[in-house]
Design a protein around this ligand. Structure first.
Ligand SMILES: [Cu+2]
Length: 217
């Protein structure tokens, strides 16, 4: 598992945006070994939403509403109009890659970010707890998993990001599991600058600031 930050306008950022644009507008024939094209080919599978296929979403934050896919619950820390994009992609090696990009957030600030189980809703609670590959048997709706054996960035999808001077940032992670019969429903941005990892605190990241529903969920 790797978790990395990028807080500047780098080549990986441009490559990610190229993949995002390509995934939206292009369907390219299969059979090319180039990784970017492999993600584009996966986008074709997304049109029939199977849990193992690519999950993708991109939108700008609005106030919560019946049709809103990307919402803010805190307009100071996650302003209306901020953009969020996420792509979750299975790989042939039995791992899953996730990439996240934001713009329009506060500059030079960390934000804890995770995949949650349900779609975004009118209230921040709607997204449910963190998506876990192996579900913590001790977790309840009132007391979500805080056991580092389960609440960790190898069993959950953490995409903590740090913004640059313009409020933009990207993050990526690779987790050692594939999405089978379950898949996350949203990406939630939290108030804490990074996700806690200590026993009893693991996975905690403060108030929920914004949420992006994953397409097809
Ligand atoms: Cu979270």
């Amino acid at each position: 598992m790797q978790l990395s930050w990028s807080n500047h306008s780098s080549i990986p950022w441009r490559r990610f945006m190229a993949i995002v644009v390509g995934a939206v507008v292009v369907v390219t024939p299969l059979g090319c070994a180039y990784r970017g094209v492999g993600m584009v080919a996966s986008a074709a599978a997304y049109t029939s939403p199977k849990p193992a296929s690519l999950l993708f979403s991109s939108d700008t934050l609005t106030m919560p509403g019946p049709a809103s896919k990307a919402v803010t619950y805190n307009r100071e820390l996650a302003p209306i109009g901020a953009a969020m994009t996420v792509a979750v992609t299975p790989s042939s090696e039995g791992v899953t890659r996730a990439e996240f990009a934001v713009s329009g957030l506060l500059p030079n600030r960390g934000y804890a970010v995770h995949a949650h189980t349900k779609a975004c809703g009118a209230t921040a609670d709607a997204a449910g707890p963190h998506f876990q590959n192996r579900i913590d048997p001790a977790a309840t709706p009132q007391a979500p998993s805080s056991n580092p054996e389960y609440a960790n960035p190898s069993n959950e999808i953490w995409l903590d990001v740090r913004t640059d001077a313009t409020g933009a940032g990207t993050s990526r992670t690779t987790v050692p599991f594939v999405l089978t019969d379950r898949a996350p429903g949203s990406i939630v941005v939290h108030e804490a600058m990074q996700t806690a990892t200590d026993p009893g605190q693991a996975g905690k990241a403060g108030a929920r600031l914004a949420c992006l529903t994953l397409a097809g969920r």
